[in-house]
Design a protein around this ligand. Structure first.
Ligand SMILES: [Zn+2]
Length: 258
């Protein structure tokens, strides 16, 4: 087997060719890397640009930050702040209110119902708080509605039914009449109780909180029933009592269902 020895000239040429090919391979690899990097960066830029529009399901923190800054510069399109409702639990944090001979107090009924009303409104997406009878918050209180919950005493054993009133001299009479009417209608529907249209007392119309809240805040007071004759409804079916009031408030805030 013979092996022809290459002349030195040919050897140099071969070495040059190999070096050239090596250089070409390196530049090709570099080109591929640069190309890939450009593609990657431009793809990411497009992705981020697409995601700067409000995008509630977005999970990436970078996208979230960009989304926030985009929102900050734009006025909100849909989100109105939730409607604010104040519920006064009659006598709460002050006294017991009416007391029956067996010890049942008005305040325990009022507070139970007020908390149930608040829970229902909260579920409906309203911003609601339960206030004490003389809560300092009532001074200049601004809300979309304020409703105070009271119960009539055990003093007239045969008396049954409910009453709703607003302040005598109202700054927003149409609004407050509508609030009273919504409460009357929905409370009657939910509880089946008789509505005492003609026995609204001066005390109800001159209720102290009406003179503390901001004049533009529509307010009403409801006497939800009598602690003797309506006791079963008030203590054992407080869910219905609360539903009637919550529906009345929603009727006022949203208008009656179509
Ligand atoms: Zn009371």
């Amino acid at each position: 087997m013979s092996h022809r020895k290459l002349p030195d000239r040919d050897k140099d040429a071969l070495l040059r060719t190999e070096a050239l090919e090596q250089a070409q391979r390196i530049s090709l690899i570099l080109l591929v890397i640069i190309g890939a990097a450009i593609l990657l960066l431009s793809g990411r830029a497009v992705f981020l640009r697409l995601n700067t529009a409000p995008h509630p399901e977005s999970t990436s923190s970078a996208v979230a930050i960009l989304t926030q800054s985009a929102r900050a510069t734009r006025p909100p399109i849909t989100s109105l702040p939730p409607r604010r409702v104040g519920i006064v639990a009659g006598h709460w944090q002050y006294d017991s209110g009416a007391v029956c001979p067996d010890g049942l107090t008005e305040v325990e009924i009022n507070l139970d119902v007020a908390r149930r009303v608040a829970a229902l409104l909260l579920q409906g997406g309203y911003n609601v708080e339960v206030l004490g009878e003389f809560s300092p918050k009532l001074q200049g209180y601004e809300a979309d509605a304020l409703v105070s919950i009271h119960t009539d005493s055990c003093n007239i054993p045969e008396a049954s039914g409910f009453k709703v009133a607003r302040v005598l001299h109202s700054a927003v009479p149409e609004e407050e009449d509508r609030l009273v009417e919504c409460l009357r209608q929905e409370y009657e529907r939910a509880t089946g109780l008789y509505y005492h249209k003609d026995s609204i007392t001066y005390d109800m119309q001159e209720y102290h909180a009406f003179y503390e809240i901001a004049p533009q805040t529509p307010g009403a007071i409801i006497e939800i029933g009598f602690m003797d004759a309506d006791r079963v409804l008030l203590t054992e079916h407080a869910d219905l009592v609360a539903e009637g009031i919550a529906r009345g408030i929603i009727c006022f805030l949203e208008g009656p269902p179509e």
